[in-house]
Ligand binder design. Structure first.
Ligand code: NAP
Length: 264
């Protein structure tokens, strides 16, 4: 850390452009809002639900975009829309994710492909597109060898555990954790830090059925040392840390934000 910098300044994102996928609600909306509060311009992505409400709530430094990341061309389409509007992307938060439940022996291959495309392949595609530009900037703009880019992937406790009736989700999120490390290894010398956040149980639309199931809800709460579901804003600090200069010497890590679940 340069000696005259106040540590709080390391968390500022002024003049940075962040792309947050799946930002219409839940965790993505909370992360987009946090990065904007820290000074970033934010491209907020939506799919079935447009991200316009999140972008409007943030204000003029945000804009909403739409793309279906279950399509093999969705990531490229989204990235080119954002580049056209903002000119560059300094931070990518790969948050969009989907979960489809079936018994493993009956799991339809179409659903497997959809989950893997949204949760893992599009994460790789967007990271690759962003990194190509970041690497170029690292060559041309960066005599001081400061960070040229940040990639933050939203993993899951099912990056570590197998779950039940969610083989595609567990495989994709396990893949996200491994991809995070693989990209971090290759891109650290090129000025890009790649990290992941593994959220525990968060109260979002994704988990409405679990929250409503009295037995499962009780079992989940009994296992969480903090004794409560996470709120999307509980992830804001971790997301800002991994998106900012405060984490310039942190790469390839999967940070659990889970009220203590994984420690049990
Ligand atoms: P959420 O509100 O349902 O957010 C999921 C987002 O992903 C939505 O914005 C959704 O957009 C987007 N998405 C789904 N399919 C897509 C597709 N085909 N193309 C583009 N975007 C797509 O739920 P959340 O809990 O905030 O989830 C955010 C991330 O956190 C996900 O990666 C999830 O796996 C992860 N996570 C959540 C928890 C939890 O407890 N909530 C725990 C661990 C990990 P549309 O709805 O508009 O399609």
């Amino acid at each position: 850390m340069p000696t005259q910098i106040n540590v709080l300044d390391l968390f500022r994102l002024d003049n940075k452009v962040a792309l947050v996928t799946g930002g219409a609600s839940g965790i993505g909306a909370a992360i987009a809002t946090a990065l904007a509060q820290a000074g970033a311009s934010v491209a907020v992505h939506g799919n079935r639900r447009p991200a316009t409400e999140t972008a409007e709530a943030i204000g003029p430094k945000a804009a909403a975009f739409r793309a279906d990341l279950s399509s093999t061309t969705g990531a490229a389409d989204l990235f080119s829309q954002v580049k056209e509007k903002f000119g560059r992307v300094d931070i990518v938060v790969n948050n969009a994710g989907t979960i489809i439940r079936h018994a493993a022996e009956e799991y339809p291959i179409e659903d497997w492909r959809t989950v893997l495309q949204v949760n893992l392949t599009s994460v790789f595609q967007l990271s690759q597109l962003a990194a190509r530009d970041m690497i170029e900037r690292n060559k041309s703009e960066n005599a001081e060898k400061r960070s040229s880019g940040k990639i933050v992937n939203i993993a899951s406790l099912l990056s570590f555990q197998g779950g039940i009736r969610v083989p595609a989700y567990a495989a994709s999120k396990g893949g996200v954790a491994q991809l995070t490390k693989a990209l971090a290894n290759e891109w650290a010398p090129k000025g890009i830090q790649v990290n992941a956040i593994a959220p525990g149980y968060f109260a979002t639309m994704n988990t409405e059925a679990l929250q409503a199931d009295e037995t499962r809800n009780r079992q989940i709460l009994e296992r969480i040392p903090a004794g409560r579901w996470g709120q999307p804003t509980d992830l804001a600090g971790a997301a800002l840390f991994l998106s900012s200069a405060a984490s310039d010497y942190v790469t390839g890590t999967v940070l659990t934000v889970d009220g203590g679940w994984m420690g049990r």
